[in-house]
Design a protein around this ligand. Sequence first.
Ligand code: SAM
Length: 225
Amino acid sequence: MRDSTAVKDVSLTTITKAYEKWAPFYDKVYHKMLQPSQLKAVRAAMENGNRVLEVGVGSGLALGYYPPEAEVTGIDLSKPMLHKAEEKIAAQGLKNITGLAVMDACRLGFRDGTFDAVAGMFMITLVPDAEAALDEFMRVLRPGGEIVLVNHIGAEKGPMAAFETVVAPLAKKLGWRANFPLQRLRDWAASRGFEVHDVDPHGPIHYFTLIRLKDRRAERAPLAA
Ligand SMILES: C[S@@+](CC[C@H](N)C(=O)[O-])C[C@H]1O[C@@H](n2cnc3c(N)ncnc32)[C@H](O)[C@@H]1O
C-alpha cells in the first residue's frame, strides 16, 4: 500500500486518530445505513466511464458495488480503514480494484486527467479545505468527467441548522462534521465551470444527499477568434 501523506497537518491527525478508533467496528455501524447512498454514487460515477477514483474509500464498503468492468482506485488518510478495504478485496475476490493508497484528498498523487469520475462518499465535509480537495478532484478528472459526492449536508436554516451548529464540536471529535452547507459546493462549481446537474436528497428524512458536479469547462470556454 502506497503512503504519500508526508505532510503532518493537525486537522489531518484528528481525522486519522478518529478513524483509527472507528476502523474495527465501522462496518457494523454503517454498512446498512450507507448502502443505498453508496449504490447511487457508484451508479452515477460509472455513467462517466470505467476509471473511478474513490476518495476517502475508508473500509471499502462501496467497493463491492462496482461492476466488473470498473477500474477503481481508492485512497484514504487512514491506514486501519484501508486495511479493512484490503481484507474485503481479498475476501470478495474483487478484480476491478486496481489500487489502494494512503493519501490526502488535497494532495493526490495522480497525473492530470487520469479518471472519468471522482467519487467521494461521506468524506467531503470532513476535509478542512473542501474547495482545495475539489480542485484536486478537478485536476485528476478528464475533461467532461464528473465529481460525485454523497453526504449529509447541513441544514441551511431552522431548528436543525441551530442543532447542527451546537453539536459541531462533538461531531468534529467523532470524525464527523454536521454543518456543511450545499451552497459551498454550488459556489465552488460556479467558480470552476462545473454544473451541479443533480442534487438528490434521499433516505430517511432525506438525511443524505447525492450531489453530481459535471465538468462543463470545455463547453463554457469562449471560442477562439
Ligand atoms: C465517514 S468515512 C466514509 C468511508 C467510505 N467512503 C464509506 O462510504 O463508507 C470517511 C473517510 O474519509 C477519510 N478521510 C477524511 N479526510 C480525508 C482526506 N483529507 N483525505 C483522504 N481521506 C480522508 C477518513 O479517513 C474516512 O475513512
